[in-house]
Design a protein around this ligand. Sequence first.
Ligand SMILES: Nc1nc2c(c(=O)[nH]1)N[C@H]1C(S)=C(S)[C@@H](COP(=O)(O)O)O[C@H]1N2
Ligand SMILES: [Mo]
Length: 336
Amino acid sequence: MSVRRAGRGTNLGLLVLLVSALLTGGLAFANGGRSAWLTLAAHGAVGLGLVVLAPWKSVISTRGLRRSRPGSATSIALAVLIVLTIVSGVGHATGLWANRLAMQLHVAAALLSIPLAIWHVLARRVRPRRSDLSRRTLLRAATVAGGSLAVFGAVEGLVRVTGLPGADRRATGSYERGSFEPEEMPVTQWLDDSPPSIHVGVWRLEVRTASGDRTWSYDDLLEFDDRLRATLDCTGGWFAHQDWSGVRLDRLLGDVEEVRSVVAVSATGFSRRFPISDVSEMLLATRVGGRPLSMGHGYPARIVAPGRRGFWWVKWVVRVDASTTPWWWQSPFPLS
Ligand SMILES: Nc1nc2c(c(=O)[nH]1)N[C@H]1C(S)=C(S)[C@@H](COP(=O)(O)O)O[C@H]1N2
Ligand SMILES: [Mo]
């Protein structure tokens, strides 16, 4: 494929890759399980596919910019955002730039590029043609896919051979921070939440079920000593193993016939809805590493949801509601 062939095929390819990058990125954020590496590998290969097509795209862009049409500033802004997204993504994955800023920039630049990309596709429209589904297009698509996987494999190999920090990442792509040392573990909020001030003397946990409501004081909860070793894995790109203790969620609920989901609500209003099948593996934790939670980590009580990414681990819990609504009846990611 010579760069002289740059044209509609390149643009269509880039569009497919861009949409796939967003979808796999979203999936990588949602997936906290063992199969997370698959999502992440797909995300990495698709992202590097954009790099593979860059030489062809630069020929097209140079041609286009020479014609000085309205909207070139927007096209350039889109290019800058995509470059930022790729640089921060590769930086985080290799460990050359393994902090939260890189991940935040990666996500922010990617989300900002969506409206610009939609504008770009509409303003520089490519009309689909019959030949887009030809054997030749398929062959080219396969070549790009193969090239992307090869570049992904090469980067992964290089990270391992050179011993870059990226080699020690978890399946989700996160780096270890403060395992079994809760004070060393980062304090993180999903978006703009902040630790409330809670006086444990007046703090109550309210549990609402079909068979009635019940409130628990902090001292009531301290009577329980259910223990769980579980891994908090923040989409910001870090994880920590900890020994949590508190009360298993199903013990607070009693009879759960007909119940389909359980909502944990924070004093700040932040909340997540869980499938009822999860509650016997979940904890409402009052302690970590044998000591009370710090305010930053969710004092007096927080959710521990093994296998789920950090944004499910609701902190400063004040209410638990059993409900007949299915668990997926909520935004896939918290909105505050
Ligand atoms: N109420 C509330 N709980 C929350 C959040 C939040 O913003 N508000 N952020 C979640 C996210 S994104 C993560 S990764 C973990 C971080 O827990 P930590 O601060 O104890 O490390 O808390 C979760 N629980
Ligand atoms: Mo997080």
